[in-house]
Design a protein around this ligand. Structure first.
Ligand code: ADP
Ligand code: MG
Length: 246
């Protein structure tokens, strides 16, 4: 499988404290990969270095062979690294489909020129994205009345509008009930399979991770202690030590 993203010896120090200490890994095309590890292990710090939100203290990141280390977030996003944001990013008073239309218009950089025609054109496209996340029957409802799980689906649809090559999801199922978590990640897994998208996500619920991730990386105190298939990671004594409180 083609490598989409590669991180080499990535490091981040906060005032001398090494939150991420020499992490190397890759994400391949069509791969759903989990980054797990205890609280404070450095997962969000890693994500923020991949998206450009944080400048690495050392190391390099390549996206499909192009060095993106230290580039501004907007540029990295334009190059195809998407991320889901907490749903506060949606316009609560607008309808579900209007939020997706806004994302499409922004993606096509038509924000200053759009009129009724563009709006109509993007409505059809937006409906397609809502179908992808099974939200088409909620299209004309205001976001403010959506259930939490449906807002998460909307968040995913909005991220997909920007046609990412790699989608980063930091704790996408936070605040959800166990069954809803499995369901949301099942949806993500379906999209990965159908569209060849690559997804890197963090998740606390091990049932979700082992149910859906193709590969799992384990971060502990800023260092990767495992990177492999679910079976390899489950059997790894160092992982068991970290997770079973050894
Ligand atoms: P995780 O996402 O795995 O829970 P984080 O990447 O958020 O871990 O944090 C890794 C470590 O870096 C933690 O010890 C945290 O306290 C520290 N840290 C995170 N952000 C900052 C910051 N802006 N300034 C100083 N320390 C930070
Ligand atoms: Mg975090």
């Amino acid at each position: 499988m083609t490598e989409i993203l590669r991180a080499d010896n990535l490091r981040k120090s906060y005032d001398g404290f090494l939150a991420v200490d020499g992490v190397s890994f890759s994400v391949r095309q069509g791969e759903l990969k989990a980054l797990i590890g205890p609280n404070g292990a450095g997962k969000s710090t890693c994500f923020n270095m991949l998206t450009g939100q944080l400048k690495p203290s050392g190391g390099e990141v390549h996206l499909e062979g192009t060095r993106i280390t230290g580039r501004p977030p907007r540029e990295i996003w334009r190059m195809g690294v998407g991320r889901t944001f907490q749903i506060t990013g949606t316009y609560r008073s607008m309808s579900v489909i209007e939020n997706v239309q806004m994302a499409l218009i922004s993606h096509h950089r038509r924000i200053f020129t759009f009129g009724p025609r563009a709006w109509k054109l993007y409505r059809d496209q937006a409906l397609e994205f809502l179908r992808t996340v099974s939200l088409e029957d909620q299209a004309d409802r205001p976001c403010s009345v959506l259930a939490y799980g449906d807002l998460k689906r909307l968040e995913l649809a909005i991220a997909l509008c920007h046609r990412p090559r790699l989608l980063l999801m930091d704790e996408p199922t936070a605040g959800m009930a166990p069954a809803a978590r499995i369901e949301l990640m099942q949806l993500v897994a379906d999209i990965v399979r159908e569209q060849g998208l690559s997804v890197l996500f963090t998740e606390h619920d091990m049932d979700v991770v082992f149910a859906h991730a193709h590969h799992i990386m384990v971060l502990n105190r800023g260092a990767l202690i495992a990177d492999g298939s679910a079976d390899e990671v489950r059997r790894d004594p160092r992982v068991q030590e970290v997770y079973l409180g050894g």
